[in-house]
Design a protein around this ligand. Structure first.
Ligand SMILES: [Zn+2]
Length: 329
């Protein structure tokens, strides 16, 4: 009798689950007909993007790669293999989403290519061969398998907001607080990219750094961008932060007779982030910098830190991207 009940339950499960699985995989391309309004939720079909046209920035060559194989190369280049598996899985989904967003946007940034392999422009990528050669021979197999498994275990998953893939920005270390994109690039939009706090980021080497320039170099560098620049280092108020961002980075700073954004100072002096303080001594200007990168979206060290605290890839993604969904496509 018991056996019949089990068979009956199994039969009922199949009846319910099969349609759910099938409808879920096609949800993104579905058409919403409620209230007689026809709104196409998304105009793309992920399955048509089987290849990625990758521009190799150094050589100028464009290589066409199978989509998921390209993701192996991004994850293994963007995140240390020693990071927690849940962090690597989050990175795989973020990289996949970022790539798909770039393809769908189809901007003319790289003629003939979808994306490039420069981390300061798009996202880093490394070939399997080059990646393996950088690992100790005894670790090659297990390291590569770890990357491949993390990517495969999240296959087809992307992050969406209102059913569209998000612009999944990421960076190295947020310094404890991520940044709203308006404070980095200006403009508006991206409601899913809010400033969020993450604990444990200070345990990583990317958290703090210093940079020192002579007062002479300092003056010269600013003068190149602002020809009217003048500064009297004897004036105690010659350098003064005027405003901070929600993420605690320098928004505007008065240096001598000019006002600069924190992002501009970061660029001019090659600082790791716009979260900095400035100290003067007899001959030098010293920057103390917290965090690494623009600070928008997922922090990679933050993802690892959250994974170490027991969070899974879904929780990590929901932490860094506000009100998003992770969808199977
Ligand atoms: Zn690029």
């Amino acid at each position: 009798m018991k056996r019949y009940i089990i068979y009956l339950l199994l039969f009922l499960c199949i009846c319910f689950l099969v349609p759910i699985i099938f409808t879920a995989s096609f949800r993104i391309a579905s058409v919403n007909t409620t209230n007689n309004e026809i709104t196409v939720e998304a105009t793309y079909d992920y399955k048509q993007y089987k290849k990625v046209k990758l521009l190799h920035k150094k050589t100028g060559k464009i290589e066409e790669l199978p989509f998921e194989e390209y993701i192996y190369g991004v994850v293994s280049s963007e995140m240390p293999v020693t990071y927690e598996k849940e962090a690597l899985k989050a990175q795989a989904i973020v990289a996949r989403t970022y790539t798909l967003y770039k393809i769908v946007q189809n901007s003319s940034k790289h003629k003939g290519a979808d994306i490039c392999d420069d981390s300061s422009c798009c996202q880093a990528w490394i070939s399997k061969e080059d990646r393996l050669s950088k690992w100790d021979e005894s670790l090659r197999k297990q390291n590569w398998n770890k990357i491949v498994n993390c990517v495969n275990e999240t296959q087809g998953k992307i992050i969406t907001y209102e059913n569209k893939p998000i612009n999944a920005f990421f960076h190295s270390n947020s310094g404890g607080s991520t940044e709203a994109p308006i404070n980095v690039w200006g403009g508006s939009g991206y409601p899913y990219l809010q400033s969020v706090q993450t604990s444990g980021e200070d345990a990583y080497s990317q958290y703090s750094s210093d940079a020192t320039v002579t007062k002479e170099e300092f003056e010269k560098t600013i003068k190149k961008a602002h020809s009217n620049f003048e500064i009297d280092f004897n004036d105690k108020k010659c350098i003064e932060v005027k405003e901070y961002t929600e993420g605690g980075r320098v928004k505007t700073i008065k240096i001598g007779n000019v006002e600069l954004s924190g992002v501009e100072v970061r660029t001019l002096f090659g600082l790791r982030s716009a979260n900095f303080t400035i100290e003067l001594d007899k001959n030098n200007v010293k920057f103390k910098v917290i965090g690494y990168g623009h600070g928008v979206g997922m922090s990679q060290t933050g993802a690892d830190s959250l994974a170490k605290q027991g969070q899974n890839y879904e929780q990590i993604i929901h932490h860094f991207y506000t009100n998003v969904e992770i969808q199977d496509i």
